[in-house]
Design a protein around this ligand. Structure first.
Ligand SMILES: Cc1cc2nc3c(=O)[nH]c(=O)nc-3n(C[C@H](O)[C@H](O)[C@H](O)COP(=O)(O)OP(=O)(O)OC[C@H]3O[C@@H](n4cnc5c(N)ncnc54)[C@H](O)[C@@H]3O)c2cc1C
Length: 400
């Protein structure tokens, strides 16, 4: 079989890349190993309002379950900082339904989707990728590899894969519990979730989607303990586990005939592990680079390397800023975080934080982080609770 472009994986990155290419008249086929798109659903489903706009995905009742205006962040000792925006900041989506919806759009534009078809290898001819191997062999001009966090195809031909910041993620639905509507909860602490945080996401009148990501294993035990503490006696549905990536993008995302997009390329936010929007933005860049290749009739790494230049110049700085902040946060002890929260409350900084978050961007976080480090009240509190050296390290990174 031959198709112009093969996409491996019908997650958001693959579906959006295929949507863009099909829109421009490319003959594109997605191969998805599972028989149902979006399953198994391992995602908390928090997608920013501005992120969906950037991806040109209109919010729809097909997949939006709830809307949130902000969040309450809890320090390890349980001190709460409430940051509520004036308007909806994020949609809580059913990720399986979201993926299905985007798949429908991609198909309407002309993309083919083959489900139940696992790609087992890449075909390489004279050093360039020229197709994929699976139940059938498929030849193509370009392969866009969007196989997600556990991908191994690119590694098999010598491209780098994520090695740092790979956390154990776990998610469950907890029915019949009462949580504040329109607000997510984020719980910090080295006992609860070292390396990231635990989350509680409202999904309707009664019920929440809860999970955590952590380094050092035992995600299920940590989650059980967290749920018992948060809700007392409650039952939850079957947990779903999947890696959460916080280590930033891999060092190379292209080869002759091949582009890497989404989780397989480490294109997630190191501060939160969220990857739907960032991977989606890179998928759009991948489609543009593929079109340039079709315009020139050249699918070599010299031409497809334009993808890496374009996504890095569009959002590379965001990734490196969030990675710096993640590594910084990982070094801060629980005790210092407790001090920080206590000091922020005592200094009455919640309105300042709300203002920052209202003006900020959930995905492109460098702006809000920079603003926080120029606010005098925040500077005083950060110096007092984290120490002057730590504050200096943060401010130097931002050239302040
Ligand atoms: C617990 C948890 C919670 C999360 N919460 C959020 C959140 O709230 N917001 C957010 O933005 N992000 C969240 N994420 C991250 C988000 O899920 C990923 O960043 C996103 O799914 C990446 O999209 P992708 O298309 O790159 O990969 P995936 O969504 O993983 O899709 C890859 C697809 O490729 C298929 N595939 C893999 N290998 C092959 C093969 N060889 N052949 C054929 N098909 C193959 C897979 O079956 C899968 O369908 C969360 C992740 C976890 C684990």
């Amino acid at each position: 079989m031959r198709t112009e472009t093969v996409v491996v994986g019908a997650g958001p990155a693959g579906l959006l890349a295929a949507r863009e290419l099909a829109d421009r008249g490319v003959d594109v086929t997605i191969f998805e190993e599972h028989s149902v798109i979006g399953e198994p659903n391992h995602c908390a489903g928090i997608l920013s309002v501005e992120g969906l706009k950037r991806l040109d995905v209109r919010p729809s009742t097909d997949f939006v379950q709830h809307e949130v205006r902000g969040g309450t962040v809890f320090s390890p000792d349980g001190t709460a900082i409430r940051i509520e925006g004036g308007s909806t900041r994020a949609y809580i989506v059913d990720r399986a339904a979201f993926d299905m919806h985007v798949a429908g759009v991609a198909q309407d534009r002309g993309a083919e989707i083959e489900v139940g078809q696992r790609v087992v290898g890449l075909t390489v001819t004279d050093g360039d990728v020229t197709g994929v191997r699976g139940k059938i062999d498929v030849r193509s001009d370009v392969v866009i590899d969007c196989e997600g966090a556990a991908g191994s195809l690119a590694r098999s031909i010598g491209l780098p894969s994520s090695t740092e910041g790979i956390l154990a993620g776990i998610n469950v639905e907890v029915p019949d519990v009462s949580v504040e509507p329109n607000m997510v909860e984020v719980w910090l602490g080295s006992e609860t979730a070292p390396g990231l945080f635990a989350w509680v996401v409202p999904i309707g009148e009664t019920g929440a989607r809860c999970g955590l990501a952590c380094s050092g294993g035992n995600a299920l035990r940590r989650l059980e303990e967290f749920l018992a503490e948060r809700f007392g006696k409650s039952r939850h549905l079957e947990p779903i586990r999947w890696p959460v990536l916080t280590g930033g993008p891999v060092s190379r995302t292209f080869a002759g005939g091949l582009l890497l997009v989404g989780d397989v390329a480490g294109q997630t936010k190191p501060t939160t592990g969220g990857g739907v929007i960032m991977g989606g933005l890179c998928a759009v860049e991948a489609a543009k680079a593929t079109m340039t290749a079709y315009d020139t009739g050249e699918f070599s790494e010299d031409v497809l390397g334009g993808y890496e230049i374009s996504w890095r110049s569009a959002i590379g700085r965001e990734f490196s800023t969030m990675l710096f902040v993640r590594k910084f946060m990982n070094k801060v002890s629980d005790e210092r975080i407790n001090n920080l929260f206590f000091s922020m409350k005592r200094a009455g900084l919640e309105p300042t934080l709300e203002g920052l978050v209202d003006e900020g961007d959930m995905d492109m976080q460098s702006g809000v982080l920079r603003s926080a480090l120029t606010d005098l009240g925040m500077i005083r509190v950060l110096a007092g609770s984290l120490g002057r050296m730590a504050l200096g390290e943060l401010r130097r990174f931002f050239n302040l």
